[in-house]
Write a new protein. Sequence first.
Lengths: 297, 270, 358
Amino acid sequence: MSTTTKPVNQKAWFLILPMLLCVAFSAVLPLMVVVNYSVQDIISPERRVFVGTEWFAAIMRDEELHGALLRQITYSFAVLAVELPLGILLALSMPAKGWKSSAALVIVSLSLLIPWNVVGTIWQIFGRTDIGLMGAALQGMGIEYSYTGNALHAWLTVLLMDVWHWTPLVALLGYAGLRSIPDAYYQAASIDGASKLDVFWYVQLPKMRGVLMIAVLLRFMDSFMIYTEPFVLTGGGPGNSTTFLSQFLTQKAVGQFDLGPAAAFSLIYFLIILLMCFVLYNWMQRVGTQAKEAGHE
Amino acid sequence: MNKPKFQKRSLFMLAYVVFALLPIYWMVNMSFKTNNEILAGFTLFPNHFTLENYKTILTDPAWYSGYINSLIYVGINTVISLLVALPAAYAFSRYTFLGDKHVFFWLLTNRMTPPAVFLLPFFQLYTSVGLMDTHIAVALVHLLFNVPLAVWILEGFMSGIPREIDETAYIDGYTFPHFFVRIFIPLIKAGVGVAAFFCFMFSWVELLLARTLTSVNAKPIAATMTRTVSASGMDWATLAAAGVLTIVPGAIVIWFVRNYIAKGFAMGRV
Amino acid sequence: MARIELDLAHAYRPKPQQDSDYALLPLKMTFEDGGAYALLGPSGCGKTTLLNIMSGLVTPSQGGVKFDGQDVTQRTPQQRNIAQVFQFPVIYDTMTVAENLAFPLRNRKMPAAQIKQRVGAIADMLELGDQLNQRAANLAADAKQKISLGRGLVRPDVSAVLFDEPLTVIDPHLKWQLRRKLKQIHHELKLTLIYVTHDQVEALTFADQVVVMTRGRAVQVGSATDLFERPRHTFVGHFIGSPGMNFLAGRSDGAVFETVGASLPLAAGLALPSGNYKLGVRPEYLTLAPANVPGALAMEVRQVQDVGTHVILSAVREGALLKARLAPDSTQLKVGDTAWLQVMGAHTCFYKDDEIVA
């Protein structure tokens, strides 16, 4: 939120009331149910025993959970490290005006509008060595490629699929941010003798800070919650090498049908994301402020 | 413009276009083949071009109803999301009020919740109010993550409009609704376009919740597609055709909002 | 500092057929080295286009621009070494004030010690000296505009500083401070300054010479006095002055000017061949006369406004409205009275087809 002086007006509550009602209905009620379950042992619909924090303690000790958490964190960081620079580069490369601009927008955004299971399916086919273009090509180059048998190949394929799928989100946000920079800034920079790199670092990037922050947070949150695409592509395998947190949760909840532990884990899962986002958000704010205070260099 | 840099950028753009389109091209390729051809060999272009797969989808109600259902609940969701997000974003952007920072942050936390967490509660909730298997149920459920996103995006764009414009409008005698609809919203057209696009997008592609809350009447296309395994094995061809068709509505939406995403802000045109 | 010569036109389309196809009708103008000029006119008259052609952001469709005799039409703004200040402050958000000012010099590889000295000097001149290490983004709009200006001034060999309505976002009570600062700078640095505005007060107080423009035409170039005393075009008469010049349409037969049902004798030596003309006289030069004096018109008073420092008297005759600016307490006239206004005088001008003829 911008923090310049804004007038105090409690009547603003009327403006946010419709939104509050919608979201509360969709969020608060279910959350209360989840909290309710997380502290009970639900042996059957009629028999429920209050067990307090037993499930929470058990989950914290779970070794498999630690493994899944580590895999998830590594994955999310890898995703950010690739998609952020690539997305910015793409935003800078997209034409600003004319038919080329519209064409670029449509083509770049295409991958975002494919239902997630279809994304998984596309890459599942694409990576097969018998009927897929990429799989066949890699095999033709002499690489023993197999995303079902080789853990590293599986990881890289899932990562590549995510990059293909989600980089356009970063790019679109960056593009919208770039288009809102008035021409005068570029004109002034040209008059000041700034190089193209200077223009990027001193004019474009600072003015894109807002949208890029949204992009980083969105990508981090969504990659941490990812379920459908890796599930369709690798099913979590080989072994559990590509089993990330959401799949881990679903396996525990659906497979073992134990609502209590599943609910407890759900809450912990949510809190982990919350904590990481909070940290990330504050860190980005501080970095931004420090950069401004120290200037560059 | 600096000539060499220009070429480097358009080269990168071209490379990305190829990267983006290659997997899609492969699926389109497959959609025009028969299952036999797909499994038999490897061809860059269909040997026996066939429209059979598309015909199946467009004539079989089990298939095409999936598309219509998806479009309905996505449309409802986008409209509701924008309607409640616009005034809320304005409040956050222009005013300070009791608890405003806390509410804003709470909003964002809803976006951070894994949908899997709410699976069972939603199921029980909507069953108890008799809204199972309806379009409105899915539309309401998707509000969970779309409204915070819309408020977030719109607030950002709104804060870029100088408050002098609001004040000038009041001095000129505009009432708040009149000002908001006639003057303010056109100024943030880019933001509305971006927000609408993302609402459409996240609702269209979401599978887990949509599938859980629907069975027959409101079943989305994504759910229908997960049922293409039959006795003769995976029906790759029809699956590919169905996949291609899921991209079409999205492409149309982008086409319509492309101008809003592309336009910058008009400074002080009121 | 440079002498800028313009001989150009700028059209919207490649083969202009008529006046409305032109953003700037053919003009020839010279801006002397070290002079302060204003481009004054209503919105859409082409003044910003002219400014951008001078700075190099726009290339004219016909003709060219010369700096100190050299043709610079194809050169970029950077190559022309001009500085431009825009309608809103353009600063580098991530830099401090000092870094903002130093930026153009760093790009020219000036030695650090020299940069520091130069930045300090300009900052002091702009009264930003004690804010040098603050983040530029946190300052108020007027300080930011000063930084924008400073980035232009900091280059020792800047050829001209061009302003495009720079006070637009400045608070009204700070505008005069900035205007005064600009005049100071002009006095000290003796730079060529060109200032675009639609506000006549800004133009007339800032510039030595004002170019009045309307609809793509530069209708008069002159000092504030020239524009006031002898406007060469009715537009100038109407635009400059508050209230603007009064106009009366009428006929001349060589000896007498007939208008609003009266005959006004023309002064001896005033050559006005027969024809239709517009008589123009400024409210400041309309005086009250005794009844029936030659050259005076009997008018019915419609309004008497006491503005404190002066009185504005509005009177009509046969549908024509005249406004006179009189000293306070110089008259007892009320609404409905008959006033005799002396219209003919040394400052009365005559226009044919909106251009001055006498």
